[in-house]
Design a protein around this ligand. Structure first.
Ligand SMILES: [Zn+2]
Length: 516
């Protein structure tokens, strides 16, 4: 069924300012911690200098995240808050688990973060499979971008401009109020509530305690950013954008596209967007600032185009629309754009289980571009989805040799090993993966599967518990630990790990119910 793209933006943590609240809100970020204002250099010698020589961003010392009354949340607590936030998101929405998409969004995000004014701050970027236009920054540097927003961008720099804006909210410590609320609630309940607010949902996963706390009025969970916060995120975000060699002009361009989308929705625009518009002055301010950078071409990376094609196929329930989209591009645009359209058509065939057709498309793409991992991954996937497991294993194995650093290939290779009763090898490969992969709940699921195939039920339940915990389902995690404890083959070491984890999950569950 076609789901119209609703435009809901997270409370002004996201792209829109809240002008009517500018006077009510205290600005709690001290300007001491801000980078030196960037002088507007209209014309003159500055305008001829290359973008990478744009005014240097002053590197700042990160203060501890603190609340408005001066008490501090330590970096360790912020990390815990961020992780709880991320788990809670998993229980409320679909976080993309595709390792290829994850690798792409992480690479663009880390490039921006490295050029931000707090390159040492930890960040984790991810894609939310939602058609709504949204992007948000949570505590601990967790930054989510909706698939709907990615599909709305028409250039990689536009996507980068949104991410640069969100990174600036983090580096400029605009999340103080969220931290403040975390100080008054337990971390799990504050994290759940923050996730619900940022997603614009009233999810039951928000937790009874959190809801009651709001109703009782003893927690003022305000995370609305002021107009000043938004302007600052635009300004600092643009510096990051330019320093990362993305097009600063893409920021106002994307704002304009959002504004047009608002018009298109007319009366159907959700309340949030009506009260938090992309104002003309915001667009003109951003445009004016962008114009101080020298004009040049910024070609999109192939990774951006291929990722967008994959997201279009994965997220669009209306396959006809996606088919039409790619079909019309098979004979238009640059060679690269036509190639991406072929890839998109191949993915659609794969989704429709037209394996022979998909094979044909990917084979010709590999023939034309043997060094491009995405096409080879898609071909191996065609074998996996067609349940031709020995062929899939062969293909993935070759790819792990050709592209030894590609985590997406490793993960799919492991999945194919599990299908061919090579659980031992699958487990060993999983345990040697980059620890970053453990952020994907899928990782724990595969590990549980491997141990189940190896006839080690206690270990299997143990890792299923980690899977549920990562998905924000702590109760189910507790259940799995109990099942593990009742399983055969327990040794002393595993027993003590299990009781430790049970204790930990149990405490987390209690914390989530508790207000401080
Ligand atoms: Zn914002």
């Amino acid at each position: 069924m076609f789901k119209p793209t609703a435009i809901t933006l997270a409370l002004s943590l996201a792209l829109f300012p809240a002008p009517q609240q500018a006077n009510e809100q205290r600005v709690i970020v001290t300007h001491k911690s801000l980078p030196a204002p960037q002088p507007d250099t209209l014309g003159g010698q500055e305008a001829n200098s290359p973008a990478q020589q744009a005014p240097a961003i002053k590197k700042i010392e990160l203060p501890d995240m603190g609340d408005s009354s001066g008490t501090l949340i330590s970096p360790a607590e912020e990390k815990e808050f961020g992780e709880a936030f991320f788990r809670s998101l998993h229980s409320q929405i679909t976080i993309n688990q595709d390792a290829e998409i994850q690798e792409y969004i992480q690479s663009i995000g880390q490039k921006l973060a490295a050029n931000s004014d707090a390159p040492e701050h930890p960040f984790h970027f991810f894609v939310v499979m939602e058609n709504d236009i949204n992007a948000f920054a949570g505590p601990g540097g967790y930054i989510g971008v909706n698939s709907g927003l990615i599909l709305m961008t028409e250039a990689e720099s536009e996507l980068a401009s949104v991410m640069g804006h969100e990174i600036a909210h983090v580096t400029q410590r605009h999340l103080f109020r969220a931290a403040e609320a975390a100080g008054r609630l337990s971390i799990p309940s504050a994290a759940g509530m923050l996730a619900a607010i940022l997603l614009g949902t009233q999810s039951p996963a928000m937790g009874q305690a959190a809801i009651m706390a709001i109703m009782a009025g003893n927690v003022q969970f305000q995370i609305n950013f002021t107009r000043e916060n938004e302007e600052e995120a635009d300004r600092v975000g643009m510096q990051t954008l330019a320093a990362s060699r993305y097009d600063p002009r893409s920021m106002p361009t994307f704002f304009e596209r959002l504004q047009q989308a608002t018009r298109y929705y007319g009366q159907a625009v959700p309340e949030f967007l009506r009260t938090h518009p992309v104002t003309a002055s915001r667009i003109s301010d951003t445009r004016g600032r962008a114009e101080t950078y020298p004009y040049k071409q910024y070609p999109d990376s192939l990774g951006y185009q291929l990722t967008k094609a994959k997201i279009r196929v994965l997220s669009d329930t209306n396959t006809a629309a996606a088919t039409e989209y790619f079909q019309s591009r098979l004979t238009q645009g640059t060679v690269e754009q036509r190639t991406v359209a072929r890839y998109g058509m191949g993915l659609i065939a794969l989704k429709a289980e037209k394996f022979k057709e998909a094979e044909g498309v990917f084979q010709t793409l590999i023939h034309d571009y043997p060094e491009q991992p995405q096409y080879a991954i898609a071909l191996a996937r065609a074998a996996l989805d067609a349940r031709n497991y020995p062929l899939a294993v062969n293909r993935y194995k070759k790819l792990t040799e050709q592209f030894p650093d590609n985590d997406a290939i490793k993960l799919d290779y492991i999945a194919s090993l599990l299908k061919t009763e090579k659980a031992d090898l699958a487990r060993n490969n999983l345990l040697s993966l980059n620890p970053q992969m453990q952020r994907l709940p899928t990782y724990w699921e595969l590990l549980a599967q491997a141990y189940s195939d190896l006839n080690q039920p206690a270990e299997s339940h143990r890792y299923l518990a980690e899977y549920y915990y990562a998905m924000g389902q702590t109760k189910d995690a507790i259940l799995q630990i109990k099942l593990a404890q009742e399983s055969k083959g327990l040794n002393f070491q595993l027993s003590s790990i299990l009781s430790e984890r049970l204790h930990f999950f149990f405490n987390q569950e209690q914390e989530a119910k508790r207000n401080r």
